[in-house]
Design a protein around this ligand. Structure first.
Ligand code: NAD
Length: 315
């Protein structure tokens, strides 16, 4: 058993909320920290939804759910949040300045033996190791969205991470039911985001450039057996995180199309308060998104061809 029984999660958003809930469900004592009280309220609401999922899909009992709730605390006070931590998992926005500032602020508050892991989607542990003030006790542990079903966790070191840290954090991952995936060298995006980000970016390009409707982009991916398409996946990721990733990497790699995709997401979603599944609307409306309804992937009636042609050749 690892010695990491007390977890603090920084950031009560989409992923922080899931990591916290899943860890508490698997017996860890968890403190969730966020700078925003309303984010904590949204996290509590998300936990109610996760409770339903764990009851209906994972065979959890009401006793299990109450025990998970009893192991969770929430705070907007960083010092209080980390006071009893063994492990801190950082899940604040995918903006390097924000992450660096949080690590620097936390560095003076942590007792010496506390370990830190970043859940960043696309940055390297090397980018923040010195900010933590304890580089040998820092690595990445990257979770997938829908943690209860996507139960892998990518483990990635930077050159200064100690073997003991990787061992403890890897054991923690196993204890909460994850399949640990070792990333053998530092890589922006680990394994999964090395292919996932280009996939959703390519899908977004088709929409940004008016090549296809969002529904048809997803149909081409889903026909043949996949449960959700890349634009449905963007709704799950959340538009804010998708925007942060595209805006940073568009600028960093001088990729004008990626930057245009970020602008599209800002104009069509962020500026309208549409953040995806979390707010009930993104490309699709939730619950009960159109792509999950019967008929979405069926061959239409022959009379529908006229409408299809009108989309291609507007009158
Ligand atoms: P999110 O926008 O849903 O949540 C981020 C939370 O951090 C918000 O609640 C915000 O109020 C809070 N926050 C902002 N500044 C803060 C600060 N200084 N201190 C504490 N909290 C602060 O973001 P998310 O999608 O949960 O992403 C969080 C991290 O997890 C990012 O690094 C992202 O790349 C990564 N991640 C996201 C996904 C995904 O599918 N969304 C998957 C894997 C990893």
């Amino acid at each position: 058993m690892s010695r990491l029984e007390n977890l603090t999660v920084l950031g009560a958003g989409v992923l922080g909320g899931q990591i916290a809930w899943h860890s508490a469900f698997n017996g860890k004592t968890v403190v969730v920290y966020d700078i925003a009280q309303d984010a904590i309220e949204r996290c509590r609401t998300a936990h109610d939804q996760y409770a339903d999922i764990y009851l209906s899909e994972l065979g959890a009992s009401q006793v299990d759910i109450s025990a998970a709730r009893n192991r969770l605390r929430f705070t907007t006070d960083l010092a209080e949040a980390v006071a009893h931590a063994d492990l801190v998992i950082e899940a604040v926005p995918e903006i390097p300045e924000v992450k660096s500032a949080v690590y620097q602020e936390m560095a003076g508050l942590l007792s010496p033996d506390i370990l830190i892991a970043t859940n960043s989607s696309t940055f390297l542990p090397s980018d923040f190791a010195s900010d933590t003030g304890r580089p040998e006790q820092f690595c990445a542990l990257h979770f997938g969205n829908g943690i209860w079903a996507m139960n892998f966790a990518e483990l990635m070191a930077h050159p200064g991470t100690s073997r003991a840290t990787l061992t403890q954090v890897g054991e923690f991952a196993v204890e909460i039911g994850m399949v640990p995936i070792p990333v053998l060298k530092e890589q922006n995006g680990y394994i999964v985001n090395t292919w996932f980000v280009p996939l959703v970016n390519a899908a977004q390009t088709l929409v940004t450039n008016g090549i296809a409707t969002p529904e048809d982009v997803d149909r081409t991916f889903m026909i043949g057996g996949r449960a959700v398409g890349p634009l449905g996946m963007l709704d799950m990721v959340g538009m804010k995180t998708a925007y942060d990733v595209l805006v940073f990497w568009g600028r960093e790699s001088s990729d004008a199309q990626m930057s245009a995709n970020a602008d599209y997401i800002k104009e069509h979603f962020l500026d309208k308060g549409l953040l995806g599944v979390r707010t009930g609307k993104g490309y699709y409306e939730y619950p009960d998104p159109a792509y999950a309804r019967p008929g979405f992937l069926d061959a239409p009636h022959i009379s529908a061809v006229a409408d299809i042609v009108s989309l291609m050749l507007p009158e």
